[in-house]
Design a binder for this molecule. Structure first.
Ligand SMILES: C[S@@+](CC[C@H](N)C(=O)[O-])C[C@H]1O[C@@H](n2cnc3c(N)ncnc32)[C@H](O)[C@@H]1O
Length: 233
């Protein structure tokens, strides 16, 4: 992970990166041509200052189950899941615009039609989703924030988990993958406190898993993946 930027929006801090290397011309084209139609309307404070609740069926045009991926990075898992489960709609959230551009390229190549993209903080999306509206959520290789004083920035804190628990349906699955033992520790402590039950963990991925860029980096650098599955109580 590179040095964080602390982007102070009007409402909350985001400590990750929003921009990386200069985008390729093709990526700029994807962002200008595709993002507007893939982006759920009414998520940003500019568009929805009153924070009115969205209607998820308006996002995909029908009553299909809605899944959520937080921090999709380059989007490989998101596009893989969309192809594997054409009957669901998956919303991916990612504030890092270079990752969003990579995803849009992959969506074009795959011809996926069951994805939506929120190019920002997952908290902004969760805030406007109805209660019990998400049938599955993925958190793959969340930012590790290794320094102890930064642990409170991790996704597995009440600030993120309480809104996630609110939007997830009872019995819905929440999957976490990480290569950081101390992240496993914090996940096992905090996620149950937020209203989830641990139903599985270990070094074997889910049957439908596809390895992500960060997992590949972790494996190259000798770190072991750990997979945790929770269910919303
Ligand atoms: C270590 S990367 C992992 C990316 C990808 N999931 C993978 O496995 O390759 C973590 C990602 O989470 C994103 N992220 C961090 N906080 C987030 C938040 N509050 N909402 C959505 N995405 C977030 C970061 O921008 C970053 O791209």
């Amino acid at each position: 992970m590179t040095e964080p930027e602390n982007t102070q929006t009007e409402w909350r801090n985001f400590y990750g990166r929003r921009h990386g290397k200069t985008l390729r011309p093709s990526q700029k084209t994807y962002l200008s041509e595709d993002l507007e139609t893939l982006r759920p309307a009414g998520v940003t404070r500019e568009e929805n200052p009153e924070r009115l609740t969205l209607d998820p069926s308006a996002i995909f045009g029908d009553e299909r189950p809605v899944w959520l991926e937080v921090g999709f990075g380059g989007g490989e898992h998101l596009v893989h899941m969309a192809a594997r489960y054409p009957e669901v709609g998956i919303i991916g959230c990612e504030p890092f615009i270079n990752g969003v551009a990579m995803l849009l390229g992959k969506i074009r190549a795959a011809g996926a039609t069951n994805l939506a993209v929120h190019p920002g903080d997952a908290r902004d999306l969760m805030e406007v989703l109805p209660e019990n509206s998400v049938a599955r959520a993925f958190l793959n290789y969340p930012d590790p924030w290794p320094k102890r004083r930064h642990h409170r920035r991790r996704f597995v804190t009440a600030e993120h988990l309480a809104p996630l628990a609110r939007v997830m349906a009872k019995g819905a699955e929440f999957r976490v993958a990480t290569d950081i033992p101390d992240y496993v520790r914090q996940t096992l402590k905090e996620v149950p406190k937020a209203g989830f039950r641990l139903v599985g963990q270990g070094d074997k991925p889910w049957d439908d898993w596809i390895s992500t860029r960060y997992e590949q980096k972790a494996l190259r650098e000798g770190r072991a993946p750990h997979y945790l599955t929770f269910v919303r109580d």
